[in-house]
Design a protein around this ligand. Structure first.
Ligand SMILES: *[C@@H]1O[C@H](CO)[C@@H](O)[C@H](O)[C@H]1NC(C)=O
Ligand SMILES: *[C@@H]1O[C@H](CO)[C@@H](O)[C@H](O)[C@H]1NC(C)=O
Ligand SMILES: *[C@@H]1O[C@H](CO)[C@@H](O)[C@H](O)[C@H]1NC(C)=O
Ligand SMILES: *[C@@H]1O[C@H](CO)[C@@H](O)[C@H](O)[C@H]1NC(C)=O
Ligand SMILES: *[C@@H]1O[C@H](CO)[C@@H](O)[C@H](O)[C@H]1NC(C)=O
Ligand SMILES: *[C@@H]1O[C@H](CO)[C@@H](O)[C@H](O)[C@H]1NC(C)=O
Ligand SMILES: *[C@@H]1O[C@H](CO)[C@@H](O)[C@H](O)[C@H]1NC(C)=O
Ligand SMILES: *[C@@H]1O[C@H](CO)[C@@H](O)[C@H](O)[C@H]1NC(C)=O
Length: 297
């Protein structure tokens, strides 16, 4: 009798538990993956599966997820703690001219609820006689890094201390910039611009593990912080009445700023949600947070 009960518990509850686990990530009837990347709500692939257009994911024929409104950003990983990793382009040149090279990144992020994470990213210059800038307008620079030459030292071999490699922190609320490379000696001395030069924003955790890998890549991982626009959150904020708040907590952050070209920055509030203590799952879904006991059986 007890054995039978145990069997029933194990065999009947297992599929139920896994179902609640997948339900906890996406809205009912919505695909939860694009390729091997999990796409949790408020992001979504089909219409009706995401909270607003910023969170719409294009799952293209190669089965790679892209942010639909920012076509050049491939999504690598989405975390429900309000961060995500995307692929961001690398500027490189192997020219020995001391010209300016610019990689425009577009301004599609400007009005979005995404910002480049100040905590996780570093702006990086690699190579010899390389001066790299983050440019926010023709006349305005928000960051720069200068890497000098030592032909005996390979990139990243001795860490990143200004010889063949330079890194700097980025400003908070950074959303729009172009990457520029130039040289810092005025005379045209071809031999002093040895080899290829690179400039890119990068997820520092990734870079520390892969310092040699950048030279073969067109893109590197970058961390974005995300939140739901207060205006969108209110579209489904009937939660409150539905008891949404019993297992999750949502907070408005009014300091998510949007600084754009002329550095007039607009503050606009976003919402971050967490599961309450003792619960886990997706705090953005109604009843998305489940008791830990249930999911850890
Ligand atoms: C997803 O698949 C790609 C290629 O199939 C692989 O390189 C990558 O590591 C995978 N990512 C994860 C998170 O498993
Ligand atoms: C969010 O979660 C990821 C994965 O667990 C972690 O690497 C990252 O540091 C977290 N970020 C924050 C801001 O908590
Ligand atoms: C970036 O470069 C593009 C193309 O050159 C230009 O149109 C745009 O204004 C630049 N943006 C910034 C922020 O400098
Ligand atoms: C160019 O650079 C090389 C190596 O750094 C140096 O030996 C040479 O004197 C330089 N030439 C001029 C014209 O500055
Ligand atoms: C968020 O939106 C609600 C409803 O539109 C509004 O009453 C509230 O003031 C907004 N919060 C902030 C911090 O702007
Ligand atoms: C949820 O919200 C309702 C109404 O806003 C409040 O009365 C209740 O105490 C909240 N529950 C929790 C667990 O915070
Ligand atoms: C925004 O405000 C919160 C709460 O005051 C603070 O913890 C957080 O660090 C602030 N974020 C930024 C980017 O200033
Ligand atoms: C620059 O500022 C003007 C007025 O201050 C504003 O109308 C315009 O939208 C701003 N442009 C950008 C790209 O921020």
């Amino acid at each position: 009798m007890i054995l039978q009960l145990l069997f029933q518990i194990i065999f009947l509850s297992w599929p139920m538990i896994s179902r609640t686990q997948t339900q906890a990530l996406v809205k009912p009837g919505c695909p939860s993956k694009c390729g091997n990347v999990t796409i949790p709500f408020p992001f979504g692939i089909r219409e009706g599966c995401y909270i607003d257009d910023w969170f719409a994911i294009d799952c293209d024929s190669s089965n790679k997820p892209f942010i639909k409104r920012i076509q050049y950003l491939e999504v690598l990983e989405i975390f429900l703690n309000g961060t995500m990793r995307v692929n961001h382009p690398v500027l490189s040149t192997c020219s020995d001219e001391n010209d300016y090279f610019t990689l425009p990144h577009g301004n599609l992020l400007a009005e979005s609820p995404f910002v480049f994470s100040q905590k996780s990213n570093r702006f990086t210059a690699l190579g010899c006689n390389n001066i790299a800038y983050m440019r926010v307008s023709e006349f305005s620079i928000v960051g720069g890094c200068l890497s000098t030459c030592d032909k005996k030292t390979k990139t990243g071999e001795t860490g990143c201390y200004g010889i063949n490699c330079c890194q700097t922190k980025i400003p908070s609320s950074l959303k729009v910039f172009n990457t520029t490379i130039s040289t810092f000696n005025d005379e045209r001395n071809r031999t002093s611009i040895a080899g290829c030069r690179y400039a890119f924003l990068v997820d520092q955790n990734w870079f520390e593990k892969n310092p040699q890998n950048v030279e073969k890549r067109t893109h590197v991982p970058v961390v974005l912080d995300w939140g739901i626009l207060n205006s969108s959150f209110n579209l489904f904020a009937t939660h409150k009445q539905k008891g949404y708040n019993s297992t999750s907590r949502c907070q408005i952050y009014a300091n998510f700023t949007s600084s754009i070209a002329n550095s007039s920055s607009t503050q606009f509030p976003v919402v971050h949600c967490n599961c309450r203590k003792g619960y886990e799952g997706n705090p953005y879904l109604l009843k998305g947070c489940q008791g830990k006991l249930l999911t850890s059986i």
